[in-house]
Design a protein around this ligand. Structure first.
Ligand SMILES: [Zn+2]
Ligand SMILES: [Zn+2]
Length: 341
């Protein structure tokens, strides 16, 4: 039977349409992954082409084999500008702010043909340390209210550049959606005296059916009201409001579980396009007891269509419990083997 489920964090409803349900493997990407070279002359992110991007903001230096490990550069086609002041204008019903903001590109590796799913954990940890460093630096800028770190992998996830990269956009406002989530979390905290994310994690770990993987510091789960197939949350097991609170010892743990989930998606579903994003409390809510950051991975296996646009509700054709079971069973040795290949 179809079932409507409510997202605990957002209170949004999702239709789990088991009538149309597909076995998880039927959703696997059929597209061939084409072979690409590890260096492409025309690519602005490849080593030797550093002059094709604006000068770097941050660069993790070389080890003996490679010219650099991770580079952060301003986006040449930035959505927002660092140069203007965020002055507000209100004229009758029309509100505007000068387009101030920061738009960074994080080039994850010099290797054009690499996938994060297949990188060494230590390298993923370097990328995460760079995220934290930029997140911390921008959180201290009084003009900035919110920092969003995200990755678009593949055409259906909105990227046109093949070279592995993530992005960061820092805005002078907090979006309505983020504000609503903060309010919902605060409402829950006031009513029940608990962080809703800690509560959800305790329940999911006790029940186990939607858990994909765990380690010392993190757990990966399929949300009960998952809006799309294989949407996966990686949640810190310790209460932390903001991504900037992650400790040095926790970064390698996050790298391990993130790479493992991406490898399971890569092998289990044929290198699907995906987005991931870090959902963190904004700097002004640093340290609060009611909000808890997490990383959300959204494989792009289905398309958003009229119903979703018109209602804000999603129809998901894969049971989250079935997705969790499928991902748990993508063999760990397969994951390990690919990493060494
Ligand atoms: Zn490249
Ligand atoms: Zn919590």
């Amino acid at each position: 039977m179809p079932e409507l489920r409510q997202n605990f964090f957002t209170k949004e409803w999702v239709i789990i349409a088991t009538e149309r349900s597909k076995r998880p493997e039927e959703l696997a990407t059929k597209r061939e992954t084409k072979k690409v070279a590890s260096r492409v002359d025309a690519c602005p992110f490849c080593p030797g082409n550093e002059s094709k991007t604006p000068p770097h903001i941050l660069c993790v230096p070389a080890n003996p084999d490679i010219p650099w490990q991770v580079r952060v550069v301003p986006n040449k086609f930035a959505a927002l500008s660092r140069e203007v002041q965020p002055a507000r204008n209100i004229h009758r019903s029309r509100r505007t702010i000068e387009g101030f903001g920061v738009h960074d590109v994080i080039v994850e590796t010099p290797d054009h043909a690499q996938y994060m799913a297949l990188m060494e954990e230590a390298h993923v940890a370097e990328v995460l340390r760079v995220y934290k460093s930029r997140f911390d630096a921008l959180s201290h800028d009084s003009r900035i209210r919110h920092v969003t770190i995200f990755k678009n992998h593949g055409i259906d996830a909105g990227t046109s550049l093949e070279h592995p990269h993530s992005q960061l956009i820092a805005t002078p406002v907090i979006s309505h959606q983020v504000r609503e989530r903060l309010k919902e979390a605060l409402r829950h905290y006031d009513e029940f005296g608990d962080c809703m994310f800690c509560q959800l994690l305790d329940e999911e770990l006790a029940e186990g059916v939607r858990v994909v993987a765990t380690n010392e510091h993190f757990a990966a789960i399929e949300p009960f009201a998952s809006p799309t197939p294989f949407c996966t949350y990686i949640v810190p097991r310790r209460h932390m409001a903001g991504f900037g609170d992650i400790g040095a010892a926790e970064v390698p743990s996050l790298a391990r579980i993130l790479r493992s989930i991406l490898a399971k998606l890569y092998h289990g579903l044929g290198n699907p396009d995906f987005n991931y994003t870090i959902r963190s409390a904004p700097a002004e809510s640093a340290g609060v007891k009611y909000f808890h950051w997490y990383l959300s991975i959204i494989p792009r296996l289905t398309r958003v269509a009229g119903f979703e646009l018109g209602s804000g509700m999603f129809i998901n054709t894969v049971l989250p419990e079935a997705a969790a079971e499928f991902l748990r069973n993508v063999k760990e040795d397969q994951v390990q083997g690919a990493a060494q290949a």
